[in-house]
Design a protein around this ligand. Structure first.
Ligand SMILES: [Zn+2]
Length: 270
């Protein structure tokens, strides 16, 4: 069975279970919501670095951006977009990775925002010379006073970073797009367990992942037909009368394949 490439986990998982290292170590990408307890600010692993909402930033991050309100139920899409824009403002100051965490060890290498030209910092002259950084925010770092903007760090899962590690900034527009795919997953679960079919603990009576997977495949197929019936306002039994099927249910071969089949067989050259 294929290993999942991405996990979308809510705060119930990230906070209450030993979350993180095993996911990161298997090379699975994670997008997480955080428990209020995990939403904090603290000193990072190197001078000039800080943890904010489980992610590493240069301490050049303006203080007004350190604590932002969380998303709450019932927000309108405008309100969500407005709040996401406040999280997006933090992005230039965030440490970014050289690549996904190393499979197996789960170690990850992060580089400071002036190294990658995400901010312009007086302590990293190259960040101010590059043309592509011209439109980037300039930090208030003072020359000679050490800051974290050009630091490079290697984080080890044993240090506890993996629990809240995400490759996009928490709360940002990009995070929303990635994490909120979870609501689609939840509504499919609800369709399976309550709305269309009643999948319970004893519904599938075979053992082994492959067999259970196969049974689930049948169940998902049936669920899709039920949803299609509701959508079209027809009943399951109506679909048996093939001539009455709405065009969507008649599987036609692609036109090219059909033409190919109709063509008389050509004698093979040579
Ligand atoms: Zn700096």
């Amino acid at each position: 069975m294929r290993r999942p490439a991405t996990v979308l986990a809510d705060r119930g998982y990230t906070y209450l279970t030993p979350w993180g290292p095993s996911i990161i170590g298997q090379g699975i990408e994670q997008y997480l919501d955080l428990h209020p307890v995990q939403r904090k600010t603290g000193p990072g692993p190197r001078p000039g670095t800080i943890w904010v909402d489980g992610q590493l930033y240069s301490d050049a991050l303006p203080e007004r951006m350190w604590e932002l309100p969380g998303y709450r139920m019932g927000m309108t899409s405008d309100e969500r977009a407005e709040l996401a824009a406040r999280y997006d403002e933090r992005e230039p100051y965030r440490f970014t990775d050289y690549g996904a965490p190393e499979p197996g060890t789960g170690k990850v290498r992060l580089r400071g925002p002036a190294v990658t030209g995400r901010v312009r910092c007086d302590n990293t002259p190259s960040s101010k010379r590059l043309k592509r950084t011209a439109s980037r925010p300039t930090t208030s770092c003072r020359p000679g006073r050490p800051c974290g903007c050009s630091v490079t760090v290697v984080l080890d899962p044993e240090d506890g970073y993996a629990r809240t590690f995400q490759r996009v900034g928490f709360g940002t527009t990009a995070w929303q797009a990635a994490y909120w795919r979870r609501s689609a997953v939840e509504s499919t679960n609800a369709e399976l367990r309550v709305n269309r079919t009643n999948l319970t603990k004893w519904s599938i009576r075979v053992r082994g992942r492959a067999r259970v997977g196969l049974m689930l495949g049948f169940l998902l197929g049936a669920m899709n037909v039920l949803m299609a019936c509701d959508w079209l306002g027809t009943d399951w039994a109506d679909l048996e009368a093939a001539d009455e099927l709405p065009p969507k249910f008649v599987r036609r071969p692609p036109r090219k394949a059909a033409q190919h089949r109709l063509r008389p067989a050509e004698p093979r050259a040579g």
